[in-house]
Design a protein around this ligand. Structure first.
Ligand code: ADP
Ligand code: ZN
Length: 211
């Protein structure tokens, strides 16, 4: 299965991607995680992206398109993949179409702005592996520590309250138009985010089993 996950920042794309990835045995490709890893490793791409990512703005299209092109060419993507956080603009979606990957569906996780702001304030991420937690909805076994690798959990700079509102604005202006884009291709599926993560997961898996 070749799947795109759409939704506002903090809508829970990453969490759902983990479950889908396991069930269908396909990799998740998160442009956010790839960029953050590059930033941490001090690569040139990371340096170029830093100012954008820290302020919550989108990294230029050519940079992320390059990342995706390289990543999709790898062996593990040949049976399918989940795109988490790409495309985020119409030009990115057009670039993906021109790579001749035939996407099965674009699943949009619908969550209200009010709920997004609430969720983002509690989000914590692992400094080392990038795993995502929440102080209320997805607690680690030990407070402040990653279940997977034992590293400390931190608040991402772009999850600070002011930046979150800017990111939501960017989402509505630049990313939300992708819903019409994929609707016109007959590929859009929408799932309402539920208060409980496992309820959203059930809806997502049920919906995917029908395509
Ligand atoms: P979230 O999980 O909150 O949706 P991500 O980890 O996907 O956020 O992305 C964090 C940041 O990385 C974005 O605010 C943006 O700066 C950059 N980024 C990630 N994916 C893209 C993309 N497809 N296009 C442009 N910028 C991106
Ligand atoms: Zn970790």
């Amino acid at each position: 299965m070749k799947l795109i996950l759409l939704g506002a920042p903090g809508a829970g794309k990453g969490t759902q991607a983990e479950v889908i990835s396991e069930k269908y045995n396909i990799p998740t490709i998160s442009t956010g995680n790839i960029i953050r890893a590059a930033l941490k490793n001090g690569t040139q791409m990371g340096l170029k992206a830093k100012a954008y990512i820290d302020s919550g703005r989108l990294v230029p299209d050519d940079v992320v398109i390059g990342i995706i092109k390289e990543r999709l060419a790898e062996d593990d993507c040949q049976n399918g993949f989940i795109l988490d956080g790409f495309p985020r603009t119409i030009p990115q979606a057009e670039a993906l179409d021109s790579m001749n990957v035939s996407i099965d569906a674009a699943l949009s996780l619908e969550v209200s702005d009010r709920e997004i702001v609430k969720r983002m304030s509690g989000r914590r991420v692992c400094e080392k592996c990038g795993a995502s937690y929440h102080t209320e909805y997805k607690k680690p076994k030990t407070e402040g520590i990653c279940d997977g690798c034992g590293a400390p959990l931190i608040i991402r700079k772009d999850d600070e309250p002011d930046t979150v509102l800017d990111r939501l604005d960017i989402y509505h202006k630049q990313t939300e138009p992708l819903k019409s884009y994929y609707k016109n291709q007959g590929k859009l599926i929408t799932v309402e985010g539920q208060p409980k993560v496992e309820d959203t997961t059930k809806l997502v898996l049920d919906t995917l089993s029908e395509i």
